[in-house]
Design a protein around this ligand. Structure first.
Ligand code: FES
Length: 348
């Protein structure tokens, strides 16, 4: 026999097209369109978003977290189909001016059924030589005939350490299509997922290459940035904002995606000054993400605030052997620290 819960007066409930009802064991999104009530479980099949806080578009109830839309009559998601699962529906009847909702689902909740994104696997350090990942965050090189000082130093230093037997990889953010973070975290900590919602949704977005190299490949990362208005480059911050999804795993899932032996170091090149401020920003962020820093974890170069002869900047960088040498030494320090941490017996 069906148990029914009285959730309120028709006159009152029909004033609002969508509301959250939590009573008598029910936790539902109650909708009312043209006087017809429907009830769906208040839990999106995507990442559990609260449907009652979403919005109605005709017969479709749109989740507030990432915009999945469920038919309020069937609980199905017409746009994605059966792979999206189904939100449970509950029978509703009107009796003596009251709205009654069945406590037993009329159709069950079915979870989404997508193959797991390979990025979501637990990181495991595969055997092999030390792996150094350089990330260039400039856009300068993409302009015809232009040379980026930070990218040039990175490339030269990586070539030297590669010749000594470490594996190297370089990612140039300027060659990738990386969508800006859409700030799901500011809706709810649980709305910011890993892999990032954008990565899951947009197969043309290439942030996946950065996630994969940072989390599943590198032992050492070397971030190379120019100074723009006293800060790191705009592309650097675009990448960093998308890494909220990595840091957030510690908050919402007690899961650190950055293996504990990983290290980071930085190249900061500017025509004008503010190296230490940029360094502070970089050191703080990558530590927060879980990377260790060796002593003297950044190499900086600037010709100072009054150096307005900008045409001399690149010339100096191209000619400099000191910068390449200092950067190479820094990478070796970072590699040595990563190797020592990797060799350290695991804590029990
Ligand atoms: S769309 Fe509902 S949780 Fe993502």
């Amino acid at each position: 026999m069906t148990d029914w819960v009285d959730v309120g007066a028709v006159d009152e409930l029909q004033k609002r097209p969508l509301q959250h009802i939590r009573t008598g064991g029910l936790d539902i999104a109650l909708t009312c369109v043209n006087g017809v009530f429907r009830a769906l479980k208040n839990q999106c099949t995507h990442y559990g978003g609260p449907l009652a806080e979403g919005r109605l578009e005709g017969e479709i109830l749109v989740c507030p977290w990432h915009g999945w839309g469920f038919d309020r009559n069937t609980g199905e998601m017409p746009r994605i189909g059966a792979r999206a699962g189904c939100v449970a529906t509950y029978a509703v009847r009107i009796e003596n001016g009251r709205v009654l909702v069945s406590v037993d689902a009329a159709t069950p909740q079915k979870p989404k059924n997508f193959p797991a994104n390979p990025l979501a696997r637990d990181p495991v350090r595969q055997a092999g030589p030390t792996r150094v990942l350089g990330i260039s965050t400039t856009v300068t090189s993409s302009a015809p005939g232009r040379i980026s000082g930070s990218r040039l130093i990175l490339e030269k230093a990586l070539a030297i350490v590669a010749a000594e037997g470490v594996e190297t990889r370089q990612i140039n953010l300027e060659d990738l299509k990386i969508e800006p973070c859409q700030g799901y975290y500011s809706i709810s900590a649980h709305a910011c997922t890993f892999p990032c919602t954008i990565t899951n949704r947009d197969k043309t977005d290439q942030m996946a290459l950065v996630y994969d190299a940072l989390i599943h490949w590198a032992d050492v990362i070397v971030i190379a940035t120019p100074i723009r208005w006293g800060r790191a480059s705009a592309l650097y911050y675009r990448m960093v904002e998308r890494l909220n999804a990595v840091q957030n795993q510690m908050t919402i899932a007690d899961r650190n995606l950055i293996l504990p032996h990983k290290t980071a170091c930085h190249i900061i090149i500017g025509g004008q000054d503010n190296i230490q401020s940029v360094a502070g920003d970089l050191l703080g962020f990558w530590s927060e993400l879980g990377f260790n820093h060796p002593p003297s974890a950044f190499v900086g170069h600037s010709r100072g605030w009054t150096a307005e002869d900008m045409e001399s900047n690149v010339r100096d960088i191209v000619r400099s052997t000191d910068l390449v040498e200092e950067t190479t030494d820094m990478i070796w320090r970072a590699a040595g620290l990563a190797e020592a941490l990797l060799a350290r017996p695991a804590r029990v």
